[in-house]
Design a protein around this ligand. Structure first.
Ligand code: SF4
Length: 299
């Protein structure tokens, strides 16, 4: 029997599930708190739930957890993780430490089908979407590893978040819920390569998060929008036609934008010595054939 991934349920969905199980609705808040605030990984640890309900959960449900496979630390405090999912696929997550708090860059898919030519994540295509519980699990696994709080989230790892729209919306609901880790939308940034119909769908949700749009040519398109451009120098990737960004060229490009009246900064490069660009660690591990690091295709 396929077990239900209960950590992917928003509080509303969990309430429906709990009531269907014949339990009072208030049990949903208790269960949600065990899963997303206390972050236990066994139903038997949920001591304020009735024993019969715990047994039912054990039989029907699973808690999605991630297993750390690799961990690389840079001198600037950036940590890059390779996590194994329960089906053997691997994804990457990056912890970045800033003066204002810890920010985690999460993956939203195994692989990506968007085809950006500079990116290692797209070279094997999209394997599957991550569930909401798996995306949240990236943050919980980083918190468990470091013992530190995470205050900011960037959806900019492997995958195109808007190509996994429903699961990403559930993830945002879970991660911002006061009964869980309660990270506010103003501290969440979603990055997209520009799926316009999905951007419109996202706008209708009125979530109050930051939207970052990845552009590869610039100034006329955003003229008059009041947009901020953050230039991200390329990290070299095998098999990509692009080489490492020359800092003089980056500066020249920034000056061109500034001269055209576009507000532009260059992103601080964190963790360059640990392959911190999206998809590189997963690709390296899969090339080496490290046990458990494989890419498992879905038919
Ligand atoms: S940059 Fe992002 S959207 Fe483009 S291929 Fe890589 S993961 Fe996908």
């Amino acid at each position: 029997m396929n077990r239900i991934g209960i950590s992917s349920f928003t509080l509303d969905k969990l309430t429906q599930f709990v009531v269907q199980c014949g339990q009072p609705a208030f049990r949903a808040k208790q269960l949600f708190s065990w899963l997303h605030e206390k972050r236990v990984t066994e139903f038997s640890a949920m001591t304020n739930l009735p024993k019969a309900f715990v047994q039912q959960l054990e039989q029907q449900c699973k808690i999605e957890t991630l297993r750390p496979v690799r961990r690389q630390c840079a001198k600037d405090g950036t940590v890059k993780y390779l996590f194994a999912l329960s089906d053997g696929n691997c994804i990457e997550t990056v912890l970045m430490r800033y003066s204002y708090g810890n920010s985690v860059c999460v993956s939203t898919q195994v692989g990506c089908r968007m085809g950006c030519r500079f990116c290692a994540s797209t070279q094997g295509g999209r394997v599957r979407n991550l569930t909401a519980g798996e995306i949240a699990g990236e943050i919980y696994a980083v918190m468990a590893d470091t013992g530190e709080r995470v205050s900011h989230i960037v959806l900019m790892g492997i995958g195109e978040p808007l190509d996994n729209f429903d699961n990403v919306m559930d993830f945002l609901s879970i991660i911002s819920c006061p009964q869980g880790v309660n990270i506010g939308m103003r501290n969440i940034s979603l990055s997209t390569c520009g799926l316009v119909p999905m951007i419109e769908k996202l706008a209708q949700k009125k979530l109050g998060l930051t939207l970052s749009i990845s552009l590869h040519a610039l100034a006329k398109l955003i003229d008059g929008m009041g947009a901020h451009v953050n230039l991200i120098p390329i990290n070299p990737v095998d098999g990509s036609p692009y080489s490492a960004a020359d800092s003089a060229n980056v500066k020249r490009f920034q000056n061109t934008l500034l001269a055209l009246g576009v507000n532009a900064t260059v992103r601080r490069r964190l963790g360059t010595e640990i392959s911190a660009a999206c998809g590189q660690l997963r690709r390296e591990a899969s090339k080496e054939g490290t046990p458990g690091d494989g890419i498992v295709r879905q038919n």
